[in-house]
Ligand binder design. Sequence first.
Ligand code: ATP
Ligand code: MG
Length: 293
Amino acid sequence: MKDSAKISRPYRVEKGDRFRLRDFDPDDTGGLDHDKKSAATLLKTGVERITELQDKLYAQDQRALLLIFQAMDAAGKDGTIEHVMSGVNPQGCQVYSFKAPSSEELDHDFLWRTTKALPERGRIGIFNRSYYEEVLVVRVHPEILARQRVPPELVTKRIWKERFEDIAALERYVTRNGIAVVKFFLHVSKKEQKKRFLERLDQPEKNWKFAIADAEERKHWDSYMAAYEDAIRATATPWAPWYVVPADNKWFTRLVVGAAVIEALEDMNLAYPKVDEAKKVELEKTRKALLAE
Ligand code: ATP
Ligand code: MG
């Protein structure tokens, strides 16, 4: 097994039926015990590999990669995206952050706004939050569902199961179109979240990151965990796997996510487009002409 696969495999979930969140430890570091410097070196190697692979993805212009990030607040989504994608050519990468829906978005079906943002061929698309919010925050807060104006007869107790089916169907559909889907749940512990919230409150330069609402959501921790577990159980597949990434140690979170991105890209067997004989002849002619100028 490749090094990258060794790091990320233990956290990959591609069959939901036996999945239990409590089997995954947020503080796990995969037996690695890294000082900051060696973790940074490992991550740097990973970032370089992603850069090479993305260049081929872009040149080949056939496939795309969709990376979905879901997590509780302060689990490190933003920092992970920033570090793991730091080597990627911005032209080949699109990041979308999905917040509470606008009134225009609320006027549509729940997969509308994210479907519009799916990555083009040759690109890496990143969803910072996604349609999974529709079975997470919306499930934890039924009043949000009420605002969606779904016809009442369609809102039954089966609604979450139906949304899981719709999400799974969408993911099947996009993968059949050459868009690979990889989903990350950055799994932070309640204790570590408290620590990070306190840092945001204690350090003036981090105050901006703290939203009063985040502390409010923390009160619903158990409901969120139940919703995450259910969502992962229902939507983990070999073609659109979840990674339940330990998120209490940021360096390890980044390593695992980086490794999973490398795996997804390596699975594509990417190659630069081949130049045919006729074009080679033309290139050679042009070279000679330039030299003779
Ligand atoms: P950060 O806090 O790191 O800046 P964030 O992703 O938490 O990033 P916020 O603007 O704080 O961004 O929060 C976005 C909020 O929007 C979250 O509370 C999320 O649950 C909510 N949200 C996202 N999608 C939906 C949705 N479809 N319906 C309702 N709420 C949603
Ligand atoms: Mg937030």
